[in-house]
Design a protein around this ligand. Structure first.
Ligand code: ATP
Length: 258
């Protein structure tokens, strides 16, 4: 199937899926998913529990091999590419807080992340001072994400919301073209939600963001495009106003379907 993304007006498509599907021992978890994720846009993937959102994320990052369909990243077919290579090509998934080293400071955490794209192996037996040359870049990233005040705090001492921001900062050290965020607002209080929403908006000005998010007011607030999944298939796609008015989406969220 030809991908007609190159001719579209507006921001360019950086990640795209066509006819994406995944079966688990005969059970179809994802089927016929078409997705275009654009540079400088925030795209939400929403849907009720078990709709297939995480499976789609795992397929896009190649943690799972699709049963059907094609995935393209920056114009290259990555359907059969290994996850580590996909990450190096610019599709990076933000992992949970456990990806942060709690005993290291904010700055040290960012520096450890920064040494990866520099092509250095992560050599934990080297003193952290060996990463001094990364100070300037680390501080730039820290400032960008509003963490300067907490630069010398141990990650363990940060608030929950700021841990998530630090985790996003470590992901941005790889300068991804596409950032996948898995429920970035999960477990956060309202104040942290607003802060992290602002950060995601900023971060997306220089890359594409695809996020799974259950907080629909955040989706309404910051996402340019929303794709709604139900039972592994797309039931609506468009801006928030369009999809939230769709009767199938209303039914799916009210849980009144069998
Ligand atoms: N490894 C697996 N083996 C078998 N079934 C699976 C596997 N992974 C996911 N599933 C099934 O696929 C369906 C989609 O699951 P998935 O986790 O992708 O949904 P989700 O939309 O992310 O849900 P939630 O919002 O609850 O996290 C579910 O029915 C789930 O039980």
């Amino acid at each position: 199937m030809a991908l007609s993304v190159a001719t579209q007006a507006g921001p360019r498509v950086v990640l795209s899926a066509r006819g994406l599907g995944k079966d688990f021992s005969g059970f179809t978890a994802v089927n016929g998913v078409d997705l275009d994720v654009h540079h400088s846009r925030i795209h939400a993937l929403i849907g009720p529990n078990g709709a297939g959102k995480t499976t789609v994320f795992n397929l896009l990052t190649k943690f799972l091999q699709p049963t059907r369909g094609q995935i393209t990243l920056l114009g290259q077919d990555i359907t059969h590419t290994r996850p580590d290579k996909v990450a190096r090509m610019g599709l990076v998934r933000s992992f949970q807080i456990s990806a942060i080293f709690p005993h290291l400071t904010v700055r040290e955490n960012v520096k450890v992340a920064l040494q990866r794209p520099a092509g250095l192996a992560t050599q934990f037996w080297l003193p952290l001072s060996s990463l001094d040359r990364l100070d300037a870049r680390a501080d730039e990233l820290i400032e960008k994400l509003g963490l300067s005040r907490w630069r010398d705090y141990r990650a363990a001492d940060l608030s929950y919301g700021r841990k998530r921001v630090l985790e996003i900062a470590t992901t941005l050290a790889l300068d991804p073209a596409v950032l996948l965020l898995d429920e970035p607002m999960a477990g956060m209080g309202q104040e942290d939600v607003a802060m992290v929403a602002d950060i995601i908006r900023d971060v997306a000005s220089e890359r594409a963001v695809l996020m799974v998010e259950h907080n629909l007011s955040v989706v309404a607030d910051i996402c340019h495009h929303v794709t709604v999944l139900q039972r592994g298939e797309i039931i609506a796609t468009g801006d928030y106003a369009t999809v939230s008015a769709d009767p199938r989406v209303r039914t799916a969220y009210m849980g009144s379907e069998a």
